[in-house]
Design a protein around this ligand. Structure first.
Ligand code: TXA
Ligand code: MG
Length: 346
């Protein structure tokens, strides 16, 4: 398949118009959102949705998010709109918050992977919203990466994984947040299944107590079922090994420096994901600054791009753990999965 490219700035309406017609015809279109790039198909067409799973190599039991261009569009997708959803949509839509509730019969099984619930969000990105409007249907879209790889935060990442497998890539520049949306289930007690830029603290300020799914910071135990099927797969993994150092900044940095020196001695190529606060502690070693520890959003914005950039030019990537508050929780959720939960203990 020949993949077409459109630039969201220079070819504005043309790109989204072409994208809309491809989506209506059952094809696949990658598009920018404020979180990561999505790989879209007509969310009401089971055959079109099946093509997403083929292009990504995604396990068939991992459900997709439907993207809408206005709040009222959830009406046709859920059995009803719970009060909590109205409050949360008013506070955070458009934005990086996905809400899960009981699905209506309009939603094909291919989207929900057979579950009785469906995830919906309204992205905060002009190109994404224009594309959904042009399509005239809810757009099913997972992140536009090969399954298991870091989510794409630029059109170039999408091209790397998807060229030849999809119809169109719309380039809208780098994504603002760089980690995927917060996924919140409203079936029963509100529960965060995946943390994101809309934090637990922000949700609780408008909607009261919110629980965290146990799988957010820990691997699933044998026999445990995932609240969110996506949580059970190896995720965000570059080819290089990733190791996480816990502890206060100085302690984490000295753990990293020791482990780095031991690995380098064995001839392994290493890189450190340093922060503004710790860079001076890594002198003489290879590092990149991925953000400011006091602003976890800066680390979130760079994590996937840096994992991709160093996927195969080094053997080991070292990264510091952050406190699991605010956006630090989203960062740790992604970093620990990229590391396969390998934490430096010494
Ligand atoms: O920011 C985002 O959410 C991006 C952009 C493109 O919108 N999309 C995204 O989709 O990250 P995906 O498919 O890569 O991740 C969706 C997550 C998966 O972990 C999936 O298991 C979970 O949401 N999910 C979807 N529907 C669900 C449902 N009905 N119940 C539980 N988990 C669900
Ligand atoms: Mg994904």
């Amino acid at each position: 398949m020949q993949t077409q490219f459109a630039n969201a700035v220079t070819q504005k309406e043309n790109g989204t118009r072409l994208g809309g017609s491809i989506l209506r015809a059952g094809g696949l279109v990658a598009f920018p959102t404020e979180t990561v790039y999505g790989l879209g198909a007509n969310g009401l067409d089971g055959d079109a949705v099946r093509r997403i799973f083929e292009a990504k190599g995604r396990p068939g039991d991992n459900p997709l998010i439907l993207h809408v261009a206005k709040k009222n569009d959830v009406k046709q997708l859920w059995t009803r709109i719970p009060d909590a959803a109205r409050t949360l949509m008013d506070a955070f839509w458009p934005g990086p918050l996905t809400l899960i509730f009981n699905r209506s019969s309009a939603v094909p099984d291919e989207v929900t992977a057979g579950l009785e619930t469906v995830a919906v969000r309204m992205p905060d990105n002009k190109t994404a919203l224009a594309l959904i409007r042009e399509a005239g249907v809810p757009v099913a879209a997972p992140s536009a990466n090969t399954s298991g790889k870091p989510s794409p935060t630029t059109a170039e990442h999408v091209r790397h994984d998807m060229e030849g497998k999809i119809d169109l890539i719309i380039d809208g520049g780098p994504c603002r947040f760089g980690v995927e949306s917060t996924v919140l289930s409203l079936v029963g007690k509100p529960t965060i299944l995946r943390p994101g830029a809309v934090t637990k603290e922000m949700l609780e300020a408008v909607a009261g107590p919110v629980a965290l799914a146990p799988s957010i910071l820990a691997p699933l135990k044998a026999g445990e079922t995932a609240a969110s099927p996506g949580m059970k797969y190896r995720h965000y993994a570059p080819d290089a090994e990733v190791l996480v150092a816990e502890g206060a900044p100085r302690q984490a940095a000295s753990r990293i420096a020791r482990a780095y020196d031991a690995r380098a001695m064995r001839g392994e190529r290493c890189i450190i994901f340093a922060t503004a606060q710790t860079r001076a502690l890594y002198s003489g070693r290879q590092y990149v600054i991925i953000g400011d520890r006091n602003e976890p959003a800066t680390l979130c914005a760079n994590l996937f791009a840096q994992l991709r950039a160093h996927s195969d030019d080094v053997d080991v990537i070292f990264a510091e753990a952050l406190p699991e508050q605010g956006e630090g929780l989203a960062y740790m959720n992604r970093l620990l999965r990229a590391a396969g939960f390998h934490v430096l203990s010494e």
